[in-house]
Design a protein around this ligand. Sequence first.
Ligand SMILES: Nc1ncnc2c1ncn2[C@@H]1O[C@H](COP(=O)(O)OP(=O)(O)O)[C@@H](O)[C@H]1O
Ligand SMILES: [Mg+2]
Length: 400
Amino acid sequence: MSRVLLFTGKGGVGKTTLAAATAASLAAHGRKALVVSTDPAHSLGDALDVRLGAAPSEVDTGLFACQIDPRGLVDEAWGELRGHLRTVLAGAGVNELDAEELTVLPGVEELLALAEVRRLASVGPWEVVVVDCGPTAETLRLLSLPEAFAGYLERLFPTHRRVVRGLLAGVAGTGTVEKWDATADALSRLAERLDALRSMLADPSSCSVRLVLTPERVVAAETRRTLTALALQGIRVDSVIANRLVPSPGSARGGAATWLRTRRHEQDAVLAELTGIGEIRTVDHRASEPVGVPALLEVASQLYGSEDPLPAASVAESLLEVSGSGRGLDARYSLRIALPLAEDTELDLARVGDDLALTVDRRRRLVALPSLLRRCIVTGAEMDSGGVTVGFRPDPSLWR
Ligand SMILES: Nc1ncnc2c1ncn2[C@@H]1O[C@H](COP(=O)(O)OP(=O)(O)O)[C@@H](O)[C@H]1O
Ligand SMILES: [Mg+2]
């Protein structure tokens, strides 16, 4: 399985350019790399200055590229399943229009694009797959999709599908039941793929995000929110890149130099506001657009210097950590959930069976409790800038 690097950020900040530059640099250092675009506004071909198709082609030595066409994937993979579903539902007496609505699931295109990235990461010959994602909001939605989608499927088509099958037989006769079986099989294959996708996204040794921004005031606030949301999904951000820093004019005089000095001063102030989120790499605003491999390599050499663009898979600090003291029923445990939180973050916590439902700024995530804590009662929670600590004590009725 290849490493996957996802580039995201607001529209126009330089995601495509930096993703392409990173892949070009990997290839130039002798590591085969594939750069793929899942952004419907495909501009990867423009950055590389080549025509790209949906299948990877080698555009330079060791550098492969393609643009995933989500519409094509929908027609291919989803179209068949949707056809099945429509027949089954129609057979069960659901009218044509409702069936149509029910089978147009939200986010299917993005989900299939992501599944395609995973497939490409598993076939090689590339060592790394660099993904030029869409704008941040979409990417976040995309990354939470496997989970949301699996839940949606589960509600719509419960695991106890024999019950549904029995119901269908009563309502619609055996022909429909056979079709339902085919649909159910297709659905469980889809569920398996979603599971695989989820584990790829949440495994820091196989996947990480590089967040691109331009040093502007509005971007700083959004960057923090994005970092929190990604942490909430259990997805690791391995670096933040500030693109388009104007060059400092040194001690030069004159109108242009003053303009540059003011601009750079403001940009530095924005970056200073972002301290605390870790190291920020920077790339200068270049006089001409970096188009084509040689120009992209220049960008990459500023971005990574003499360092490897692909850092060794670091052992990421885990999102969850349990500590405890005392024994038996007197034991006290605490669960630390690491998340970068702003002061005005709205946080809500609820116990839902064996999970904790954590809602941060209206984004909800279920955190599966370690088995020890499932037999405990929540005693309280505290929040600070680095995360949430939840207190537990044993539940006498479950403890032995
Ligand atoms: N550091 C840079 N210096 C000069 N031009 C840049 C730089 N980074 C990106 N650009 C240009 O800015 C435009 C938008 O960049 P792009 O990578 O397509 O952004 P995104 O993918 O985030 O929408 C492109 O024309 C690109 O060539
Ligand atoms: Mg782009």
